[in-house]
Ligand binder design. Structure first.
Ligand code: JCF
Length: 697
């Protein structure tokens, strides 16, 4: 048996001598106490987003309760927090007739339609002043209805056709943010809560990764994943799916038991133990609704879940009642939709591109389609495995998805729309750029051009990478010029850049004297890079910024890195056998050694780096930067913090050591305050950097 948690020590002793005996009042009391404490922690965690104990402590409490419940079966309770693991029995999804129909929402697709909605509301109410609305994100999930009797969850149903749905109680019970028992003293005997079950974006990504690893079918989007998870016959499967629920409405038999606005009603629902949307706000009049729309739209990509619009509801319930319903939608609510993040289009062709490392990547050429706010005409298909997984053919109609800044993805083929002439995609035998053989290594998804730096595509990419912002940051050396210079044979390797003269450059079409001089000056500025940047700029496979920094500070000179064997390379953090192998083979290739010699001859001097001995002051800490700094860019601040050993992450969690909040810091700062993570302002950051001898600009 695992070591007994200290807190429960004496219960274990009792159990050993009185095993399977009746629970004593002590034990009954402890079980009740544990349930209540765990419910409280769940509430803080899932509803308030404000956990108060470390996960390990929570786990100990939870295990103690599980052990006691196993030993004293007579204490079992359906509302115990341990009862969320689901059951392997198959559910049959019986029909449930909704006591009150589950309404849908009318949509407004633009500003005018929203203004008309507001005008209709005021006309019907016979008022000219501004109406107060509650605004909340419209979650992209599935509507559910939950019934509670005397505070305990009795049935949960899907929306179905609005009049009757399916009984999904067993599955709903596994969702941690759905209370099995309502909290508080003011719970009416009968309550119906409606809300949306959804899958947060990160949970969706993880689930799809897990499914793909097991060779199972992945889900197209978080909504389908949520739907698929709720439709599982075995609730043990649903229990493993990262679902959440957010409440948006409440009904009780006796309305006098509820506050008289939508807003206050939902606050009450929250106090009973439900998650309500933290972005919810009030708006007075349609102009403020439009503001709420723009603000939410700007935040859309940073929210941890997908939304497809914003819902506006008249706040006062007496006004809602006066407005009533038309057919199946309330007259007091409307959904103002955001641009869709998924659209259908046709794959007109599939071409292959060659990247810096020679990876031959299939790219779908699409019939242009407006999705996620931009017109998309290309989408990567990643590799041949992906093409097989999706079963994509040229001519197919596909779902294109573009959410946030993520590159557009082909997520699904519509098989019914496949034309008879649809062509299969074939990996070319020869590089489309240099005609060298394309090789596909067993067990690797990517195919590669074997031409190395003889391949102009790889040469161009190598130069592009060398000049990129995080590498040597050569301003003015854009893709267009690199293409021309390589195509005309002016530049074969990065070393050739340093020999370019203004006279050479002005010969290029549309290159003026001034741009030519600026470019020569920018290249000249890139003659004395710090070691890690230079190393990163070389474009060794899988040597990113962080690895380059690690190598530079461990070895101090390029010569030492070039001479290191695989074993000593692996003493650098994040360098495993594969990366070590890439580094070795880079330095073993003659043309790379020649390029390095040529760079040296061209006067490029990479700076030696201080070899880091002992621990850096911020080693092991994760920092987060947010808002605008006045004295440095965020990238500069990141670099400086990293030089002190910190990792810089994009989001705040309990594990964040410190948040640096610049001007106009937003949700990350709020999150830090909520989680009680220390916060530094810019002056504090500058002071800290000075203290550790880092130049703070
Ligand atoms: O988040 C949602 N998808 C959502 C759907 C939010 C709401 O407040 C809703 C809804 C569907 C119907 N309210 C109604 C009345």
């Amino acid at each position: 048996m695992a070591r007994c948690p200290v807190r429960s020590g004496h219960f274990f002793e009792k159990r050993e001598c009185q095993s399977m005996s009746k629970a004593t009042p002590d034990i009954t009391q402890r079980v009740e106490e544990l349930r209540s404490v765990i419910d409280d922690h769940n509430y803080r965690y899932y509803v308030l987003d404000d956990p108060r104990i470390p996960d390990a402590e929570y786990d100990r409490l939870f295990r103690e309760l599980q052990t006691l419940e196993a030993d004293y079966p007579e204490l079992a309770s359906d509302t115990s927090p341990t009862r969320r693991v689901g059951s392997a029995a198959e559910t049959s999804f019986e029909e449930v007739v909704h006591r009150l129909p589950m309404l849908s929402l009318d949509n407004a697709f633009n500003e005018d339609e929203l203004r008309e909605f507001d005008r209709r509301v005021r006309d019907r109410l016979g008022i000219s002043e501004d109406v107060e609305y509650v605004c909340e994100p419209k979650l992209d999930g599935l509507a559910v209805s939950l019934h509670y009797e005397n505070g305990a969850l009795t049935t949960a149903a899907t929306r179905g056709d609005g009049y009757s749905g399916e009984d999904i109680t067993a599955n709903i019970r596994t969702i941690p943010s759905v209370p099995l028992k309502l909290r508080g003293e003011d719970v009416p005997d009968l309550v119906e809560i409606r809300g949306e079950v959804y899958m947060p974006k990160d949970g969706f990504e993880q689930l799809n990764r897990r499914l793909a690893e097991r060779g199972e079918k992945t889900f197209v989007n978080p909504r389908n994943a949520a739907a698929g998870s709720l439709r599982q016959k075995k609730s043990t499967v649903t229990a493993k799916r990262p679902l959440e629920m957010c409440a948006y409405s409440v009904a009780v038999t006796d309305e006098s038991l509820l506050p008289d606005t939508q807003w206050d009603g939902l606050q009450r629902v929250q106090s009973w133990g439900f998650r309500i949307n933290p972005e919810m706000r009030k708006a007075k009049g349609v102009e403020e609704c439009l503001e709420a729309y723009s603000e939410l739209m700007a935040k859309r990509d940073t929210l941890p879940y997908e939304i497809d619009g914003i819902v506006f509801k008249v706040n006062r319930l007496d006004q809602q009642n006066a407005l009533g319903f038309v057919s199946r939608a309330p007259r007091w609510a409307i959904a103002h939709k955001f641009p869709a993040q998924e659209e259908l289009t046709v794959i007109e062709d599939v071409e292959f591109q060659v990247g810096r490392t020679g990876a031959v990547t299939p790219v779908a050429r699409l019939k242009p389609v407006f999705v996620g706010g931009v017109t998309v005409s290309n989408a990567t298909l990643h590799n041949m495995d992906e093409i097989r997984r999706l079963d994509v053919r040229i001519g197919d109609t596909v779902f294109i998805r573009r959410a946030g800044d993520v590159i557009p993805q082909v997520v699904k083929v519509v098989p019914e729309k496949r034309p008879s002439g649809a062509r299969e995609v074939e990996l070319p035998d020869h590089c489309p750029v240099c005609d060298s053989d394309v090789i596909q290594i067993e067990g690797e998804a990517v195919a590669r051009c074997s031409g190395g730096l003889f391949c102009p595509a790889q040469r161009k990419e190598a130069i592009r990478h060398y000049a990129s912002r995080k590498a040597l940051d050569i301003e003015g050396l854009g893709d267009k010029w690199i293409d021309i210079m390589v195509d005309q044979g002016m530049v074969k390797t990065v070393a050739d850049l340093y020999h370019l003269t203004t006279d050479d450059l002005v010969k290029l079409e549309r290159m003026g004297e001034k741009s030519a001089a600026n470019l020569v000056a920018a290249i000249d500025k890139a003659r004395k890079p710090v070691l890690w940047r230079f190393l990163y700029a070389l474009g060794i496979r899988e040597v990113g910024e962080a690895t380059a920094k690690g190598l530079a500070s461990h070895f101090g000179t390029l010569e030492a890195i070039a001479a290191a064997d695989e074993e000593s390379l692996q003493s650098v953090p994040d360098v495993g056998p594969i990366v070590a192998g890439h580094i070795r083979s880079f330095f073993e290739q003659t043309h790379n050694r020649e390029t390095l010699d040529a760079l040296r001859d061209a006067g490029v001097e990479w700076q030696e780096e201080q070899i880091q001995k002992g621990d850096k002051p911020l080693k092991g800490q994760t920092w987060v930067l947010t808002g605008t700094l006045s004295g440095m860019t965020r990238d500069e601040a990141k670099e400086k913090l990293e030089s002190l050993g910190a990792k810089v992450a994009g989001s705040v969690s309990k594990k964040t050591a410190c948040v640096v909040a610049g001007e106009a810091a937003g949700s990350k700062l709020a999150k830090a305050e909520q989680l009680e993570v220390p916060v530094l302002d810019e002056a504090g950051l500058v002071a800290l950097l000075h203290e550790h001898g880092v130049d703070a600009g």
